[in-house]
Write a protein that binds this ligand. Structure first.
Ligand SMILES: Cc1ncc(COP(=O)(O)O)c(C=O)c1O
Ligand SMILES: NCC(=O)CCC(=O)O
Length: 413
């Protein structure tokens, strides 16, 4: 069946016809039949070079043979035990080994679950009630962080969701990204702050990079004010390199959240940190956290394969950085200044300069982006449909793909 027909039926069964709002492309989304390497093959018979990559997890591309083989091997041994399995120790060893700030970690099934648990843990550990987040930061779709939230919430115009009780978000304060003074001022007025949660490199209002020294200042100020620092590295983790943003920018958060790449493409979330904090988590301590599918064997197998592959082929990060450099340098000159890239992440903003924060990101011309996005799709390149989502390249992209993507940017701009 064609995508348009599938969507007509989907709308009668699933709200908005989609399982996540970011997929709601107008007039209808294309339906994917199969995906392999850098390509998506649609129900309409099209083949597309994918720069969305499952919104980030697919660092090695779709259906990577090494990860696939690990998943297949696990399938033969069962895919849900409801008991501990050795694989979770193996994955925990890799993840904690790669992040000097993490002595221990716990596996959950999504990034949302990870940040929800991390915030509860920060409150349980500190005995304080409030949290601070960054305007436009997206930490998943749970109540305490759905305030000026990025990603689909901003794209759809619902950054403050209906159904979230005001009393809950009254405990969530906000500061602009790249603005130390606002953070200092807020902390000077409030000594009931349990944690500051931040995407070290903003990824859900398009990529926005930290200004020089910003993250180190954030670490210093939070420490001085006895506020836990939660680095939400759901996108950055293993995307910016092994150890994510915290290793790249040399900061040591108290708690880290991970997801996406760590599961090799299967559902995962991770939260971890210093031993004394993590030992507050049930059953070791009084902060309750649980999940039927947490640490499920299929995800563990896929995650271990993914991370082992990355360790054995860590030069892939240089190759991917080279890819986004090629795309950047091949742009028509007038667009080069508003193109942001860091390693394998990139985005062209439809404004004069790269934004520094949420207010500036929202000044981008989203109508122009939508028009450009459509032309790119017609040219055979699938970018995330929103100005406010990050584009990704993967290790499965070939030099020919990158040449093609660069050509398409030039043609469509
Ligand atoms: C920084 C960040 N945190 C948390 C999440 C939530 O992760 P998930 O979609 O796996 O629940 C996302 C992405 O969706 C994210 O980008
Ligand atoms: N950057 C936002 C996401 O990755 C979330 C995807 C989704 O909500 O489907």
């Amino acid at each position: 069946m064609k995508s348009s027909e599938l969507f007509e039926t989907a709308k009668t069964l699933i709200p908005g016809g989609v399982s996540s709002p970011v997929r709601a492309i107008k007039p209808y989304p294309f339906y994917t039949k199969r995906a392999e390497g850098s390509k998506i093959y649609t129900e309409d018979g099209d083949s597309l070079i994918d720069c969305c990559m499952g919104y980030g997890p697919l660092l090695l591309g779709h259906a990577h043979p090494f990860v696939k083989s690990a998943i297949k091997d696990q399938l033969d041994n069962g895919w849900l035990f409801g008991t501990p399995a050795e694989a979770e120790i193996k994955l925990a060893k890799i993840v904690t080994g790669d992040h000097p700030s993490m002595d221990m970690c716990r596996f959950v099934s999504s990034g949302s679950e990870a940040t929800m648990a991390a915030i509860r843990l920060a409150r349980g550990y500190s005995g304080k009630k409030d949290i601070i987040k960054v305007e436009g930061g997206f930490h998943g779709a749970h109540d305490g962080v759905l305030i000026q939230a990025g990603s689909g919430a901003t794209t759809m115009g619902v950054p403050d969701s209906a159904g979230v009780i005001p009393e809950i978000v009254s405990h969530t304060a906000q500061v602009p990204y790249n603005d130390i003074e606002s953070l200092e001022n807020l902390l000077a007025k409030n000594n009931n702050v349990a944690a500051f949660i931040i995407e070290p490199v903003m990824g859900n209002i398009g990529p926005i990079l930290p200004e020089d020294g910003y993250l180190k200042e954030v670490r210093k100020i939070t420490e001085e004010n006895d506020v836990l620092l939660i680095c939400d590295e759901v996108i950055c983790g293993y995307r910016l390199g092994i150890g994510g943003a915290q290793v790249k920018y040399d900061i040591k958060p108290d708690i880290t959240t991970l997801g996406k790449i760590v599961g090799g493409g299967l559902p995962i979330g991770v939260f971890g940190g210093r031993r004394e904090i993590m030992e507050m988590v049930a059953p070791a301590g009084p902060v309750y956290q649980a999940g039927t599918f947490s640490g499920n064997p299929l995800t563990l197998a896929s995650g271990i394969a993914m991370l082992n592959y990355i360790h054995d082929n860590s030069r892939l990060y240089e190759r991917l950085d080279g890819y986004t450099k090629i795309i950047h340098e091949s742009l028509p000159e007038k667009y080069r200044d508003s193109f942001v890239r860091l390693g394998s992440i990139f985005k062209l903003f439809f404004r004069e300069k790269p934004p520094k924060n949420y207010v500036q990101a929202k000044e981008s011309n989203t109508e122009k982006y939508a028009d450009f996005w459509k032309k790119m799709l017609q040219s055979g390149v699938f970018l995330p449909p929103s100005q406010f989502e990050t584009n990704f390249v993967s290790a499965a992209h070939t030099e020919e793909d990158i040449e093609y993507i660069s050509g398409a940017y030039n043609k469509c701009l």
